[in-house]
Design a protein around this ligand. Structure first.
Ligand SMILES: Nc1ncnc2c1ncn2[C@@H]1O[C@H](COP(=O)(O)OP(=O)(O)OP(=O)(O)O)[C@@H](O)[C@H]1O
Length: 309
């Protein structure tokens, strides 16, 4: 079978759908993730992220369409293909009775491309001793050990699925620093799934938003945030009908002032507010967290647009 695959893509789905009974978890998803850098995948609960990864890693079959990972059909991955993919999730499960040095020895014997310098560099962000058993490590240290193991295996693609879930602020920071200073992206592409927008803001080069099993947006995080604006208007009566406002993500009345979160609206929106009787109009910067949450909450009200990488 010929596929005309683009080898610069680490992940590619074509018209990918997955149904669970009457439930549609993935809905004709076309996704193309280029090689290199850190790509964040976000979506509300139930957006289809786990289903997508189960299909990509070959643990589940699509209902229709196709999925490729590192240029291979995800349904026919070999042991060697899987060896090119690293995976870290929030569970950080490793055999509790093994010592760190024993795990390293095991991994080194298993992975031909094992990179001890990368392991040492990543784990150097933690005070973990080689003689410590996994059971004696803190949750944050276990997360760091998992990251160090995954990166030292030299994967071409590393999937981090909510890797900092349940970690405290200090451990989260240590994990992100270990990741950022590992220079991992020089050798591998990282897919970072998280609901933690401040982490995404720090590490991700590309933001991918899934909603109801569909691709809603793909761009640099800062480009996305720049498209969302916050307006505060003093309108001395009920205010405009939300249904009549193009690009409205959220409208709230707080302390007598109207707050609007808008997508892809510029100065013309201020002019329009004044034409609606606003006595004053101000704009405020919007955090990525606020922008993404408003975008997800607005759901179907959000203008349909073509995603731009
Ligand atoms: N085994 C299943 N049987 C029936 N429905 C399922 C099954 N697995 C997932 N779903 C449904 O498919 C949709 C997508 O689920 P999925 O777990 O892929 O989402 P998610 O984006 O990973 O969510 P979360 O962020 O909560 O982990 C949800 O509506 C879910 O209820």
């Amino acid at each position: 079978m010929t596929h005309d695959l683009n080898t610069d893509l680490v992940i590619e789905t074509r018209d990918l759908s997955r149904l669970y009974g009457r439930k549609r978890a993935l809905d004709h998803l076309d996704l193309a993730i280029p090689r290199g850098k850190i790509h964040a995948i976000v979506g509300a609960n139930g957006a289809g992220k786990s289903t997508l990864f189960r299909i990509l890693l070959g643990f589940q079959t699509p209902s229709s369409g196709s999925a490729y990972i590192l240029g291979k059909d995800s349904q026919t991955l070999t042991f060697a293909d899987r060896g090119r993919i690293g995976f870290v999730n929030e569970e950080h499960t490793l055999p509790a009775w093994l010592r760190v040095a024993q795990i390293v020895a095991l991994q080194r014997s298993q992975y031909a491309g094992w990179d001890q310098a990368v392991f040492d560099k990543v784990l150097g962000h933690y005070h973990v001793l080689p003689e410590q058993k996994v059971s004696q490590l803190s949750r944050g240290e276990r997360a760091g050990l998992n990251l160090a193991l995954a990166l030292a295996q030299g994967p071409e693609l590393l999937v981090l699925d909510e890797p900092t879930l349940g970690l405290d602020v200090v451990a989260k920071r240590a994990f992100l620093e270990a990741l950022m200073y590992s220079n991992a992206t020089e050798a591998c592409t990282i897919i970072y799934c998280s609901h933690q927008m401040e982490e995404i803001e720090r590490v991700a080069d590309n933001l991918i938003i899934l909603e109801n099993g569909r691709l809603k947006h793909m761009s640099a995080p800062e480009d996305f945030a720049a498209r969302v604006s916050h307006w505060i208007a003093d309108i001395p009566f009920k205010g405009p009908d939300p249904n009549s406002i193009d690009g409205l993500l959220e409208m709230q009345r707080i302390d007598g002032l109207h707050h609007f979160l808008m997508f892809d609206r510029d100065e013309d929106f201020g002019t329009w507010l004044r034409s609606q009787g606003a006595r004053s109009v101000q704009t405020m910067p919007v955090s990525l967290d606020r922008a993404v949450n408003a975008f997800l909450a607005a759901g179907h009200k959000t203008p349909e647009r073509k995603s731009s990488p």
